[in-house]
Design a protein around this ligand. Structure first.
Ligand SMILES: *[C@@H]1O[C@H](CO)[C@@H](O)[C@H](O)[C@H]1NC(C)=O
Ligand SMILES: *[C@@H]1O[C@H](CO)[C@@H](O)[C@H](O)[C@H]1NC(C)=O
Ligand SMILES: *[C@@H]1O[C@H](CO)[C@@H](O)[C@H](O)[C@H]1NC(C)=O
Length: 468
């Protein structure tokens, strides 16, 4: 059966089913309802039967102007502006009679109609949190969804969790084997911990602030009056948020006699501990005065140089031509010894310049707006991905990429590296700072082109917003 007649059949299916439903049940039994299998005479070529149809499908569509360009120009195609987007660029591709999912095709124009410069197969460098299974907390206290190697197998160095806690909601007291770096995305929360020296820590954070908890350090997070949403990044791509050491579980799985002896209390004192984990749950609101929760031991508080929080929201962004950048890494936030991050803002039409990170893979989270990136992997594979707010991106160490704003509002994203310092190599600076003779011998660029190249790193270049 040709695709044409299959799709006609699929179109007819609702009517067929409807007519079947309309026939009384007994009639169906007596009717000539075909069996589950066809006849053996359908096998192979049969001169007496004609197959296929001589009419070509009538697929109505219009192309965006950018689809008529040379595919290697790779113009961004906004397929949300057309009814029936088609996998066509210049003289490559062809129309699509279906089956297809228009929602995905419109959101991922660089997948449906890739630039001519894409080639071969790279890793999958995109995971929309919207495709992650959500874990809903009890008492409407919040939720959490995660990205790890189960859904993004090549993202081996880091994993992430997007978590919401409603006002007074807790992420239960816990610890884990991995290191946890976090960015507050919305609202505010109180975080609290005690370290192996008995030094204590408590702080209140707002959207834009960062925290870090080393492996094994038990901590809790409670939303303040406006609730909180935050992003957690772990230094292990296989991290599973459902597999942490919880306060309830360590109590549930220690003999009560042992707990009583350990804490110097009676066995009966444990009669009302919860009989299951709480994970995300509603608590009593945290006192407004943080000093009421400032518990100290004889060791005092965690020294400021090793503090678990960094008030990144108060750091001014460094302005560049196409947007702004701000970096937090162990040079200013020492406790987060192997986490370096940048928040990048790209104005419409602008682009985070082509770069790579010599010391680490990059785990990216799209906070606002939309953009696209091409991941280039040696020797010759390249894939272009379209990202929206809520998506995770992943670019392996030394694999080049850019991030271009494809929307008409600011694009904001987070780059996280597993490295003691935030560093990158910029393609523009590399080419501009290499002797012109070497570049013109290699890339055949003219002297006038070479004279325009900028020897300084740009971070985010400006551009005009595309009107497609
Ligand atoms: C938090 O989200 C709400 C709802 O989207 C928004 O109105 C508010 O401005 C956000 N707050 C911050 C600090 O981003
Ligand atoms: C907690 O108390 C200590 C002194 O015991 C003080 O140095 C510190 O500033 C207080 N507040 C917080 C939030 O740590
Ligand atoms: C930091 O991360 C890198 C991987 O990017 C790893 O090779 C290195 O061992 C880590 N260093 C520390 C101190 O954890």
């Amino acid at each position: 059966m040709k695709a044409q007649s299959l799709s006609q059949l699929l179109n007819l299916l609702p009517f067929i089913l409807h007519s079947v439903n309309a026939i009384p049940a007994r009639k169906v039994e007596e009717s000539s309802n075909p069996g589950l299998r066809g006849s053996k005479t359908l096998v192979g070529y049969s001169p007496s039967e004609s197959h296929g149809s001589s009419t070509t499908p009538d697929i109505k569509y219009s192309l965006l102007p950018g689809q008529k360009n040379d595919p290697d120009i790779g113009t961004y195609l906004d397929f949300t502006k057309v009814d029936n987007p088609q996998p066509i660029r210049g003289d490559t591709g062809g129309d699509d009679p279906g089956p297809r999912n228009y929602g995905y095709d419109k959101m991922n124009s660089d997948k449906l109609a890739p630039p001519g410069t894409d080639h071969g197969q790279t890793i999958n460098a995109q995971w929309p949190m919207g495709l992650s299974h959500n874990r809903l907390g009890i008492d409407n206290a919040g939720w959490a969804r995660q990205e790890n190697t189960v859904v993004m197998p090549a993202a081996t160095e880091m994993a992430g969790v997007d978590m919401r806690l409603e006002p007074a909601g807790y992420r239960e007291l816990h610890w884990h084997v991995a290191s946890e770096w976090s960015l507050v995305l919305n609202g505010s929360c109180r975080i609290q911990a005690v370290n192996e020296n008995g030094e204590t820590f408590v702080d209140d954070l707002v959207a834009g602030d960062v925290w870090f908890f080393p492996p094994g350090i038990p901590h809790s997070i409670q939303a303040l009056d406006d609730g909180v949403e935050f992003l957690l990044v772990f230094d292990d791509g296989g991290f599973n948020e459902d597999n942490t050491f919880l306060a309830t579980e360590v109590f549930l799985h220690s003999p009560k006699e042992v707990l009583a002896k350990n804490l110097g209390v009676a066995v009966a004192d444990f009669d009302s501990i919860p009989n299951d984990e709480l994970y995300i749950f509603k608590g009593t609101p945290a006192p407004k005065d943080i000093e009421k929760q400032n518990v100290t031991t004889s060791s005092g508080i965690v020294p400021r140089s090793q503090s678990y929080s960094y008030h990144f929201s108060e750091q001014q962004a460094h302005e560049v031509a196409g947007g702004s950048v701000k970096i937090v890494d162990p040079l200013t936030f020492p406790v987060a010894s192997n986490f370096s991050a940048a928040i990048v803002t790209v104005h419409p039409g602008g682009m985070r310049e082509i770069h790579w990170h010599p010391s680490s893979d990059e785990w990216t989270f799209f906070i606002k707006g939309q953009g696209r990136a091409t991941l280039f992997t040696a020797p010759d594979a390249a894939t272009t991905f379209d990202y929206m707010a809520g998506d995770v991106g992943y670019f392996p160490q030394s694999n080049s990429h850019y991030i271009e704003n494809t929307g008409n509002e600011d694009l904001v994203f987070l780059e996280v590296l597993k490295a003691p310092e935030f560093t990158d190599m910029a393609l523009g600076q590399w080419i501009a700072s290499t002797p012109h003779q070497i570049i013109s011998d290699t890339l055949k660029l003219s002297d006038s082109t070479l004279s325009k190249l900028k020897t300084e790193k740009q971070y985010v270049v400006a551009g005009s917003a595309s009107d497609e």
